[in-house]
Design a binder for this molecule. Structure first.
Ligand SMILES: NC(=O)c1ccc[n+]([C@@H]2O[C@H](COP(=O)([O-])OP(=O)(O)OC[C@H]3O[C@@H](n4cnc5c(N)ncnc54)[C@H](OP(=O)(O)O)[C@@H]3O)[C@@H](O)[C@H]2O)c1
Length: 236
């Protein structure tokens, strides 16, 4: 595949997903953008212009996600050239204080939705012998931190899924990249009460969302013979 022409970015209304969508849009890529808050999503898409397609949806809700992915097909064709599984939630709680429903919600949003998106588009990618599955992992997909039970379970799971995809897709022309940042200065931290949790990074020790977007662009703009397997980003 030469430079991608179409992409799907989940969780694209703010933070890392928006930075990724904008960076791809700047390179002439038509981008389908998913997030729940329709107003904010349309505002985000308007910063990209005609090349953006805003599709409001909760990726953790199966019927909504299926309908949204059909709209992606209607707008971009059988499968986008690039799929960026980015939508995610982050909450802190000790394992014994994590409600089972919250644990499930983290897995559904961060892990199961990514599987469903891959499952929806991979057959068409295999068929045409091209496509790129980008997964936004986290430092917490390889390292354990207190109060990260639900988040880390979902992110370790995402890394496992990515590594199996790499094994299954070798030689097919379909590429897969895991991008795992340390803390990034985005609104995901807004709901975290820093006074109730010790050892959290300050904003000055975080990456910018544009650094993650640059990593995505680097991976997807490689020649088709090159697979960037994994990029791990941290603040220097
Ligand atoms: N920020 C960090 O420190 C950091 C570090 C490493 C990895 N990451 C990962 O990077 C990804 C993006 O994080 P971020 O920091 O950019 O978060 P963010 O600023 O909170 O943005 C999250 C995006 O995902 C959307 N989203 C959340 N839940 C969704 C759902 N159920 N269905 C559809 N869209 C949903 C949000 O829009 P709506 O709320 O409108 O749905 C928003 O567009 C996540 O996977 C996160 O785990 C973040």
């Amino acid at each position: 595949m030469s430079a991608p022409r179409t992409a799907l970015v989940t969780g694209a209304s703010r933070g890392i997903g928006l930075a990724v969508a904008q960076s791809l849009g700047d390179r002439g890529v038509r981008v389908a953008m998913l997030a729940r808050d329709a107003t904010r999503l349309h505002e985000a898409a308007s910063t990209i212009g005609q090349r953006a397609l805003a599709i409001p949806c909760d990726v953790g809700h199966t019927a909504e996600l299926d309908a949204a992915l059909q709209r992606v097909r209607d707008g971009l064709g059988d499968a986008p050239d690039v799929v960026v599984n980015n939508a995610g939630l982050f909450a802190l709680a000790r394992v014994d204080e994590t409600e089972p429903a919250d644990f499930l919600r983290a897995l559904e949003t961060n892990l199961v939705a990514a599987f469903r998106v891959v499952h929806a588009f991979l057959p068409a990618m295999r068929e045409r012998g091209g496509g790129h599955l980008v997964t936004i992992g986290s430092i917490a997909d390889r390292f354990a931190f207190p109060e990260n039970g639900a988040y880390s379970a979902s992110k370790y799971g995402l890394r496992g899924l990515h590594e199996v995809l790499r094994a299954e897709l070798a030689g097919t022309g379909v590429r897969a990249t895991l991008i795992s940042p340390g803390p990034v200065d985005t609104p995901i931290w807004d709901a975290i009460d820093h006074t109730r949790h010790s050892g959290l990074p300050t904003t000055s020790r975080m990456l910018g969302a544009d650094a993650v977007a640059d990593a995505v662009v680097y991976a997807v703009m490689q020649p088709s013979s090159v697979n960037v397997d994994e990029l791990r980003l941290s603040r220097s």
